[in-house]
Design a protein around this ligand. Structure first.
Ligand code: SAM
Length: 466
């Protein structure tokens, strides 16, 4: 990324087209970027960062910070206490709150088709709630792994992470989802302030390529949206080809109608010139955010999806009645997990009823499932050896095992897997397994055996620099 000391100028063709019809936009792209975070409503910790509220978020949901701290050096960031996210992107939450009642089901099925690294997935998962199902897909495998990690840290337990081509959903899951979010890969004009490589990579030809790819992605997945279901189409770019023109194309060619709202937060612009209801723009010269665009389209024909019993996947072996108690003792009463099964990897997972059905459907349909529900651990002779993801699940029981609440420096040493006996003396931990926490946010496990302990934080996740 180029720094502001060595800025890459805004592309001339961008200045002549999009920027020339939006006075003030170009200047705003050379100003300071706002910093914003979204708090995890399922993980209320102590001493959380403070800041000013994001206008289109619920009270206490999201904050602007006065400066950009080193997030890696805040232990609770690693426990999924908050997510660092552009304020404009949080508008997806504003939309979802208004759209959930329209979906008319207690356990809606949502697909986040272009999901990595997981900003919008974690937001959808929080708002739709533990009984809902969020399938988070990312076609690029390396990025899908980061998505799976962020999903585990967020710890809502209602997400299945896949890594498949959008066409797989359209072909193999017709009429399946109540709502699909396509947060499409785009030319990134909305990132011109924060990321100067976006300026360097931009060209009129690339805008056209992106627009065509976006239409292909939405067409490929369209069949997976049930009749009457809702598509949220979003980009982080300003131009008409990728925004209004594409949204209009989706409505006209694939068959849908735009949904509008009359209580829009101020500063958000409707349509390209403030008139046509073809989506909403977040322009950095009008609101404190990088650029963002979203439109909502309801698929024609409001007949409801067919129910039907789902055949459990052969690769998910239900946990025996005798072993259930060994699992449920780790879960707090508010947990939504009610189905427990062991996969081919020998790992036992917990799911809500609805997520169990979806995971079976995904496995039966040969999707590439990277993570789902809550990875609880391995059952050995009627006892659970807990997995890291269970520590990060919001409803892990705090009664099952003692918690070692560490001060900041000790927590960072734990997250580093460091060996300082000064920061982390053996006496920190109770004998046996400990849930390691900082400011009440769970970070992972540690096991004390006599005069030594094992730091069970996953080696690939350890923090390297702070
Ligand atoms: N929704 C994400 C979030 O909030 O964190 C950001 C998604 S980003 C705008 C677009 C994503 O689409 C990227 O992760 C990218 O890897 C993925 N992508 C790239 N090409 C794609 C394609 N042909 N089909 C589907 N997704 C694609």
């Amino acid at each position: 990324m180029a720094t502001t000391n060595n800025p890459i100028p805004l592309p001339a063709a961008f200045l002549e087209t999009t920027a020339s019809r939006l006075p003030g936009l170009a200047e705003s792209l050379d100003s300071e970027s706002p910093v914003s975070i979204r708090l995890n409503p399922f993980k209320p910790g102590r001493s959380m960062p403070e800041g000013r509220p994001v206008p289109w978020a619920e009270p206490g949901e999201a904050l602007y910070l006065d400066s950009r701290p080193l997030f890696t050096a805040d232990p609770v960031f690693h426990g999924g206490a908050y997510y660092v996210q552009e304020a404009g992107s949080m508008f997806i939450g504003w939309l979802l709150r208004r759209l959930l009642p329209e979906l008319d089901t207690p356990a809606p099925r949502l697909l986040d088709l272009c999901a990595a690294p997981g900003g919008k997935t974690t937001h959808l998962a929080s708002i739709a709630g533990p009984e809902s199902v969020v399938v988070a897909n990312e076609v690029i495998r390396t990025r899908a792994k980061i998505l799976a990690e962020n999903v585990q840290k967020w710890g809502t337990g209602n997400v299945a992470v896949t890594s498949d081509d959008p066409a797989a959903f359209g072909q193999r899951l017709p009429d399946y989802f109540d709502l699909i979010l396509v947060d499409a890969p785009c030319s990134g004009e909305g990132m011109f302030r924060k990321d100067h490589t976006a300026r360097a990579e931009w060209s009129p030809d690339n805008v056209q390529l992106c627009a065509a790819r976006q239409r292909r992605i939405v067409s490929d997945v369209w069949e997976a949206l049930r009749p009457g279901g809702i598509l949220i189409y979003s980009t982080c770019t300003f131009n008409d080809a990728e925004d209004e023109a594409n949204a209009q194309w989706i409505a006209d060619e694939l068959g849908g109608e735009f949904l509008t709202f009359d209580d829009l937060p101020s500063g958000i612009v409707t349509g390209p010139d403030g008139t046509a209801p073809v989506g909403w723009h977040f322009y950095p010269h009008r609101v404190a955010s990088e650029g963002f665009y979203a439109a909502v389209i309801r698929k024609h024909d409001a007949q409801h999806r067919s129910g039907g019993k789902v055949k459990a996947a052969k690769s998910l072996v239900p946990v025996s009645r005798a072993d259930l108690g060994a699992l449920t003792r780790w879960l707090a009463p508010e947990s939504a997990l009610s189905r427990f099964a062991t996969g081919r990897d020998g790992m036992t997972y917990g799911f809500s009823e609805a997520l169990h059905d979806t995971v079976s459907t995904l496995l039966n349909g040969h999707f590439t499932l990277l993570y789902s529900g809550v990875q609880l651990g391995t059952l050995i002779r009627g006892e659970l050896k807990p997995e890291h993801a269970l520590a990060l699940y919001y409803a892990v029981s705090r009664k099952a095992i003692p918690a070692a609440d560490l001060p900041e420096a000790a927590a960072l040493e734990y997250l580093r897997k460091g060996t300082s006996t000064e920061l982390l003396p053996v006496s920190t931990f109770a004998p046996g397994l400990n849930l390691v926490t900082c400011r009440d946010i769970a970070l992972g496990w540690a096991k004390r055996i006599g005069n030594r302990y094992n730091n069970l934080y996953p080696a690939p996740w350890r923090i390297l620099h702070y």
